[in-house]
Design a binder for this molecule. Structure first.
Ligand code: SF4
Length: 511
């Protein structure tokens, strides 16, 4: 998918004819490693996780005495430079790259979030996922009179509650008691001045893995982030597990019984292809999905082309199984849309060409199979089919490496609302006519599950079948902007005004 659907607002470069730029959820990374440059390790870890969140990035580092947080809006490479990273000294770090699934894109909502406990120690936290009992947690925070300092995220609420509970029992015990009452999807990486913690919700909706460095430990959203810092994969953080790492070693505790429901969409689109989830390679899964797609939705054609890059492995699989030659017919402008510069009207009118450029010599005169990972609203595919026809394709057959998306996700992916989902209101032929292709085929949910090699019972597939494994509250108590406008009511104190930059356990100021 190129320009899509997992967003609530257009970026400056989202042309009207396509769906908003892809921004998935969040990436978390943590490291405990005395003697290592932990800020730089975290920077590279976040770099490998950049696809999981491009709105904001942050790193907290502690030297055993004080936690310093640096965060800002933008890509990891835009937020951090050598000077900042060198200034972040210590042996414990927490990193986060954000796409907002609760709360707006503001500096206050960037992570790691930071709170101080009543005893004066600090707590920095990064969260991937989305909670479903945020309203309940908000009520609890209001009862306790906890300040929000302008933040409007479930992650900030959770940090505040954890810091409040840690006052008399310490963070580890506080987490063991608080987390069983936190519902939804959460992979948490957090630290105080000396200890790194990681926790995963009992359903293990989002991935979280543990890695080993020669002189320490790493936790990360994806195995690809372990690879980039040279950490060896140890194991997944188990659903319902809390891990603590400090000078005494690694401690593992269970705060809830595991009931695994891993997100099947991680295999389709969200995770990097070079990541392994639950022992299964994401790339191999995608190739296998393509093979099954070819069996379930065959067509006579001259060339199979992917919508780069998430459609590429499935297109390879489709070509292998169908015997139709594979080729590159579209070139992606990889970083367009990652800029904050407003485009001119002329640039905006280029539409999908801002993001994809057709290779006319390859396409002209061909019957094409175009393989994409998913259709959510359908705007992108409509523009794509039109562009391929203008480039000379004689037939365009669209094949989708996931079933129709009919339901929104409440566990960390910001799909369109149900009313905006094209498959919610139209049948297969209605969708085909809407996007203007000669034919359209989706892979079945059964085939997708088989390709992931996970038992059906251990997967969440709610966006395809509406079967939500974690019960949802009623509509009034859920939603991305639930906490917006309420923060003043919860806050007991005034928020310091900081445009960007550092936050520390005793100060919030520019360097
Ligand atoms: S609803 Fe879909 S995207 Fe959300 S966690 Fe479940 S499978 Fe993943």
């Amino acid at each position: 998918m190129v320009s899509d659907q997992f967003s609530t607002g257009p970026s400056p470069l989202d042309p009207p004819e396509t769906d908003p730029e892809p921004r998935e959820e969040c990436g978390v990374f943590g490291v405990w490693a005395p003697g290592e440059e932990v800020a730089k390790l975290t920077y590279y870890g976040l770099y490998a996780l950049q696809h999981r969140g491009q709105e904001a990035a942050g790193i907290s580092v502690s030297d055993g005495n004080q936690i310093v947080v640096f965060k800002d809006l933008g890509l990891v490479s835009q937020v951090f430079d050598e000077q900042v990273l060198v200034s972040l000294r210590g042996h414990v770090a927490v990193g986060h790259c954000r796409y907002s699934t609760t709360g707006s894109t503001t500096w206050e909502n960037a992570q790691p979030t930071f709170k101080t406990t009543a005893t004066g120690s600090g707590l920095a936290l990064g969260h991937n996922g989305n909670l479903v009992n945020t309203a309940e947690l908000r009520d609890k925070a209001a009862e306790l009179g906890l300040p929000t300092n302008g933040a409007t995220t479930d992650s900030d609420l959770l940090t505040g509650l954890l810091a409040a509970a840690a006052a008399d029992k310490g963070i580890e015990q506080a987490a063991m008691e608080l987390l069983p009452g936190v519902r939804g999807a959460y992979c948490l990486v957090f630290s105080d001045e000396s200890t790194l913690y990681a926790a995963r919700d009992p359903h293990g909706v989002r991935p979280l893995v543990l890695g080993r460095l020669e002189r320490g430990w790493v936790v990360a959203s994806e195995t690809a982030a372990l690879d980039i810092v040279g950490a060896s994969f140890v194991r997944e953080v188990e659903p319902g597990e809390l891990i603590a790492i400090d000078a005494d070693g690694l401690r593992s505790s269970r705060f809830a019984n595991p009931e695994p429901k891993g997100c099947v969409f991680e295999y389709v689109y969200l995770a990097r292809p070079d990541t392994t989830i639950a022992g299964r390679s994401v790339h191999a899964t995608r190739v296998e999905i393509g093979r099954k797609l070819a069996a379930e939705a065959p067509v006579e054609a001259d060339l199979v082309i992917p919508v780069p890059e998430s459609g590429t492995p499935a297109a390879i699989g489709y070509a292998q199984a169908s015997g139709i030659p594979y080729g590159s017919g579209l070139v992606k402008n990889a970083y367009v849309g990652r800029t904050f510069i407003q485009p001119s009207q002329t640039i905006r009118q280029l539409g999908i060409r801002l993001k994809l450029n057709p290779l006319r010599d390859v396409i002209r005169g061909k019957r094409l199979v175009v393989v994409d990972d998913s259709i959510v609203r359908g705007n992108t595919q409509r523009a794509l089919v039109r562009m391929l026809r203008e480039a000379g394709a004689v037939e365009v057959h669209v094949r989708i490496a996931s079933p129709p998306v009919r339901w929104p996700c409440f566990y960390g992916i910001d799909f369109a609302s149900r009313a905006e989902l094209i498959a919610n209101g139209l049948d297969l032929d209605g969708i085909r006519r809407s996007i203007g292709s000669d034919s359209l085929g989706y892979v079945s949910l059964e085939a997708l599950v088989q390709a992931s090699e996970q038992p059906r019972t251990r997967l969440c597939s709610a966006c395809f079948d509406g079967d939500y494994p974690i019960p949802l509250p009623d509509d009034a108590r859920i939603g991305k902007h639930l906490l917006e406008g309420l923060e003043k009511g919860v806050a007991g104190d005034a928020a310091p005004v900081v445009a960007a930059g550092y936050g520390a356990s005793d100060a919030l100021s520019r360097p």
